[in-house]
Design a protein around this ligand. Structure first.
Ligand code: FDA
Length: 396
């Protein structure tokens, strides 16, 4: 039966990075994936341009930008494998990139360049990649693990689980990582879709649908967490970076608040309009600040009509409130079908933060999205995949 020092399940971002690092140490490495190609999510990521890291995914700024039951867990790996280290590899391979916004680094060309780079490094490190191969059973023996694959039976000393989360099943996501964690006695935290558009009940949706295609800059908040980015109205509800970000914090039954005039004093603007153009209808005034259809919807929500000159201070304060904190109550999210990530996963209490090793199962490691660590939108999730894969690759 073929034996490997290290077998890695899942040829995504984390699995490929772990394979490269273990291979570079001279370990014999087999990387297994059930899909036809490695790095399918890398290929489609960042709108096909792969937002491969974020320069702020460092220990100081990264502290608040990763969600987990234990937000400190990610810091060890993130501090040891930094965005600069990944950027150095990207540069070595001559891949051109740019900062789009907020520290987000994207390829100038297609995302497949990142896959080619990783495949190239794997080849140099002597990694064996087998695709279109599924995992039927995994058992632990006295000196390691035995695996029944769809094509053969193999044994290994170290097993790295890098099978990702549940998001986008049609891209190859399965629950294998969670099943293996449970099989080996590791705890799981509740999983739910993250970085996902939010949906609304039929009545609210009908109104929002009328705005489909409109984008506006906003500050979207949930409790004390707030994101200032674009908000996009779609025919299914709300999307855009600000909504995707807040979706990771939002829980069923909660409301979100939208500041439609970030950094502007809406009250002062309204009072100025009352002085300067008292005969204008309130909706026309709002349309001076916001996309016209949105202004119309807000006017309807407020159930207010008439000339702004007739508005009392008290009435203007109500208009100001909706501009600065429009409260919306999503009923759900679009779910794993479109979620960029899965929140929750393998409980970090059962893993060593330095190595990603299971505390009570020698030789077993979990890396990447399968672990209960989820980053903000904007390259944070890939940086976690690279860093956690790298950490396990140093020791497995
Ligand atoms: P990943 O999901 O990448 O890989 C898991 C691998 O395991 C897959 O190849 C899968 O086929 C394999 N697998 C699963 N089950 C298996 C089984 N039973 N047997 C064998 N193999 C199995 N992040 C970011 O930082 N910047 C970005 O630009 C984007 N953009 C983006 C766009 C879209 C549309 C999505 C869905 C996601 C993103 N992300 C992102 C998130 C990012 O893609 C994600 O966090 C990483 O891919 C996670 O890397 P992993 O290696 O952990 O899992």
């Amino acid at each position: 039966m073929p034996h490997y020092d290290v077998v890695i399940l899942g040829a995504g971002a984390a699995g490929m990075m772990a394979a490269i690092e273990a291979g570079r140490r001279g370990r014999s490495v087999l990387l297994v994936d059930h899909r036809k190609y490695a790095g399918e999510k890398i290929r489609i990521s960042g709108g096909g341009r792969c937002n491969f890291t974020n320069i702020h995914a460092t220990i100081d700024k990264g502290r608040d930008r990763f969600l987990s039951a234990n937000p400190r867990f990610a810091l060890s790996a993130l501090s040891r494998y930094t965005p600069d280290m990944f950027i150095a590899m990207v540069r070595d391979h001559g891949i051109q990139f740019h900062e789009k916004t907020l520290g987000q680094l994207f390829c100038d060309g297609p995302a497949t360049q990142i896959n080619s780079m990783l495949l190239n490094e794997m080849r140099k490190a002597g990694v064996t990649l087998v695709l279109e191969t599924s995992v039927e059973a995994v058992d632990r023996g006295t000196d390691g693990f035995s695996l029944q694959l769809s094509t053969s039976s193999i044994t290994c000393e170290s097993l790295i689980v890098a099978t990702g989360g549940k998001s986008i099943p049609k891209m190859g996501a399965t629950g294998l990582g969670y099943q293996l964690a449970s099989q080996f006695g590791l705890r799981l935290t509740e999983t739910r879709p993250g970085l996902v558009p939010l949906t609304f009940e039929t009545g609210a949706l009908e109104k929002l649908k009328a705005l489909s295609g409109i984008a506006t800059d906003a500050i979207v908040s949930h409790g004390k967490t707030a994101f200032e980015e674009a908000l996009l109205f779609t025919h299914r509800g709300l999307s855009g970076p600000a909504i995707l970000q807040i979706s990771s914090y939002w829980r069923e039954g909660d409301a979100i608040a939208v500041d439609l005039l970030p950094h502007e004093d809406a009250g002062a603007k309204l009072r100025a309009a009352r002085r300067a153009t008292p005969k204008l209808q309130i909706q026309t005034v709002l349309a001076g600040f916001l996309p016209r259809k949105l202004a119309q919807l807000l006017g309807e929500e407020l159930d207010m009509t008439g000339m702004i000159g007739d508005f009392s201070d008290k009435k203007l304060a109500v208009v100001e409130a909706i501009l600065k904190a429009w409260t919306l109550k999503p009923v759900g999210s679009e779910g794993y079908r479109t979620a960029e990530v899965t929140l929750g996963g393998v409980d970090t209490r059962d893993l060593d933060a330095r190595t990603m090793a299971a505390r009570d199962v020698p030789g077993l490691y979990f890396v990447g999205e399968v672990v209960d660590v989820t980053g903000w939108l904007g390259g944070y999730n890939f940086q976690w995949a690279w860093a956690s894969g790298w950490a396990a690759g140093q020791v497995a």
